[in-house]
Write a protein that binds this ligand. Structure first.
Ligand SMILES: [Zn+2]
Length: 241
C-alpha cells in the first residue's frame, strides 16, 4: 500500500513585465527546507541556484525560462510563491534610529509586512532604445535575476554598473551594421563600454539607474519617540528567515 498522493492548489500569477499569466503551485515542505538551508549557508551562489530551482519546480504551466526573464519578474514570482506557500503577512520588528537629544532613540516597534501588497515601480520615461550618436545606437533589455543577484556587493559601484550595462545590451547598431550581443563575450562588451565618451556613458548609466524595482512598503510608529517610520523592502530572501 502507498500513502495518498497530496493534491496541491494551483494559482494564476500575472507577470509584471508583460501581463502574461502563468500557473504556479505553492512550494512543499521539502522545497521550503532547501530554501532555508541555502539561506543559512550564506552562500550567494547557492541561494540563487536554490531559489531558481524552487521557482522552476512550482511553475506548472507556461513556457518560462527564468534566465531570459527580467529580474523583477523572478522576484515577483518568488514573493507570490512565498505568499501562497507560507502566508501573506510577516511580522518583524525594527529599531528606531532617530536622533533624540544627540542620542539614537533605540525604541523598538513591530510591523507587519503584507507581501500581497508588492509593487513594481517602473519609470515611464525610460526607453529601451538609446541613441549614442547620429550613427550609433543601442537596444537594451532588462538584466536577468542571476545577473542582478550575482554581481557581488564588494565590487565597487562603478565596475558593477558597467557589468550590469554590458548584460543589458541586446544589440548595437552602427550605421547599417547590427551587432547582436549574443555574438560577443562579456569582456568584449565591457571593453566597448569603456571606449564610450562620458556623455554617451551617462545615457547608459541612466538606464540602469532607473531599472524597475520591486518593493514592498510598510511602516510603524515608534512607541518611544512617537515618530512615524516608512520602510521599503527590496531584498526578499529575508522573508524566509
Ligand atoms: Zn523612536
Amino acid at each position: 500500500m502507498t500513502l495518498p498522493k497530496i493534491d496541491v492548489p494551483i494559482y494564476d500569477i500575472t507577470l509584471p513585465s508583460n501581463g502574461n499569466t502563468i500557473k504556479i503551485r505553492p512550494f512543499v515542505v521539502k522545497e521550503e527546507k532547501l530554501l532555508l538551508m541555502a539561506i543559512e549557508s550564506g552562500d550567494n551562489e547557492n541561494i540563487i541556484k536554490t531559489t531558481k530551482q524552487v521557482i522552476n519546480n512550482c511553475i506548472v504551466s507556461g513556457d518560462i525560462d527564468l534566465e531570459k526573464m527580467p529580474f523583477f519578474d523572478v522576484d515577483y514570482l518568488f514573493i507570490a510563491l512565498r505568499a501562497k506557500s507560507i502566508g501573506e503577512s510577516i511580522e518583524t520588528s525594527y529599531v528606531c534610529n532617530n536622533m533624540v537629544d544627540g542620542n539614537k532613540c533605540g525604541g523598538i516597534f513591530e510591523t507587519v509586512i503584507d507581501i500581497s501588497n508588492c509593487t513594481v515601480e517602473k519609470k515611464d520615461d525610460i526607453t529601451m532604445d538609446i541613441s549614442l550618436s547620429n550613427k550609433l545606437s543601442m537596444k537594451m533589455k532588462y538584466p536577468s535575476y542571476s545577473i542582478m543577484k550575482m554581481i557581488s556587493s564588494n565590487e565597487n559601484n562603478f565596475q558593477k554598473k558597467i557589468r550590469i550595462i554590458a548584460s543589458c545590451i541586446e544589440r548595437i547598431t552602427n550605421g547599417d551594421q547590427v551587432y547582436s550581443s549574443k555574438d560577443f563575450s562579456k569582456e568584449e562588451l565591457v571593453n566597448f563600454i569603456d571606449g564610450l565618451t562620458r556623455e554617451q556613458f551617462v545615457k547608459l548609466e541612466n538606464f540602469v539607474d532607473n531599472l524597475p524595482s520591486f518593493a514592498i512598503q510598510t511602516g510603524g510608529v515608534c512607541p518611544k519617540c512617537g515618530s512615524e517610520h516608512k520602510i521599503k523592502y527590496t531584498d526578499f530572501t529575508r522573508f524566509f528567515q
